[in-house]
Design a protein around this ligand. Structure first.
Ligand code: C2E
Ligand code: CA
Ligand code: CA
Ligand code: CA
Length: 275
């Protein structure tokens, strides 16, 4: 045990100590990774449900750690959010995605995920516009994906930022739709042009009647509100056939392709178009 200032004793908890240490070392690694740009973006195609053509790709960040190899975003985005490092990381993601997409065929848009923490920055709309200007990417080729967490934070400020982005011509998608608490009221209050149906509803398709009904209902609702509907997490041919037949606009998932490094993504686009 170690003495604190007042002479009382705190118990030394080795398990806690090593957790704290592991976190500190990951944080230090993350800081360094941002400076050294150890990140890369993988792109997962979104296909038009009717024509089957690739119309967009979602940028998904990976960390190529020098010792640990490729680390998934689930393992470092939360830490980046807690430490504020999501600011510079998010900016790198935006700039890189815009710069890469600017070289793709013009009919392919790019979708970028934004963290709720990035919305605390009043300059977010300007940051997005700067990334577009620097890359030469047309604003209508960029879609920003946000989750309910963004909307929960500061409604006025978020609405102002989203309105400015929409006015600039950028698309706004509601990600993971159906998993939160107040998704329906958000559809009314915020200027979305796209809904992404969460993968959890797709897992049990087409066999599960409840899931099938929910997916169909979300597609009908979104379509009536004039929004584009993407169904995510489509893994099988049966799920693909079901979602396409349900009238959704776009399909995304392993059945079409896993997220790919940019060069492989472009080869996939070529092969897909040729097929
Ligand atoms: P998300 O935005 O919901 O992204 C979709 C996730 O589902 C991706 O995981 C993708 O690889 C995975 N996925 C796609 N199709 C399928 C499928 O058919 N089956 C299954 N089981 N999974 C599928 P990933 O790349 O590990 O990303 C996880 C989450 O990390 C993302 O969820 C997003 O919330 C976050 N994320 C990723 N990149 C970024 C980023 O650049 N910025 C921020 N703020 N968050 C990011
Ligand atoms: Ca997403
Ligand atoms: Ca999602
Ligand atoms: Ca998610």
């Amino acid at each position: 045990a170690k003495a604190d200032g007042k002479g009382a004793f705190r118990r030394f908890d080795p398990a806690l100590e090593s957790r704290v240490q592991a976190r500190r070392s990951l944080e230090a690694d993350l800081r360094r990774a941002i400076v050294l740009q150890e990140f890369e973006l993988h792109y997962q195609p979104l296909v038009d449900a009717r024509s089957g053509r690739i119309t967009a790709a979602e940028a998904l960040v990976r960390w190529r750690h020098p010792e640990r190899g490729l680390i998934s975003p689930a393992d470092f985005i939360p830490l980046a959010e807690e430490t504020g490092l999501i600011g510079p990381l998010g900016q790198w993601v935006l700039r890189t995605a815009c710069a890469q997409a600017a070289r793709w065929p013009a009919r392919i848009r790019v979708a970028v995920n934004l963290s709720p923490v990035q919305f605390r920055d009043l300059r977010l709309a300007e940051t997005v516009k700067a990334a577009l200007a620097a890359s030469g990417l047309a604003a209508d080729r960029l879609e920003l994906e946000i989750t309910e967490g963004v909307l929960l934070a500061d409604e006025e400020r978020t609405l102002a930022t989203l309105t400015r982005l929409r006015a600039a011509g950028v698309g706004i998608s509601m990600d993971d739709f159906g998993t939160g608490y107040s998704s329906l009221s958000y559809l009314r209050r915020f200027p979305f042009d796209k809904i992404k149906v969460d993968q959890s509803f797709v897992r049990q398709l087409p066999g599960d009647a409840e899931s099938a009904t929910i997916v169909r209902a979300i597609i009908t609702l979104g379509t009536c509100l004039g929004m584009t509907i993407t169904v995510e997490g489509v893994e099988t041919a049966e799920q693909f056939a079901f979602t396409a037949a349900s009238g959704c606009d776009q399909v995304q998932g392993y059945h079409v392709s896993r997220p790919l490094p940019v060069a492989e993504f472009l080869s996939f686009v070529d092969a897909h178009e040729a097929a």
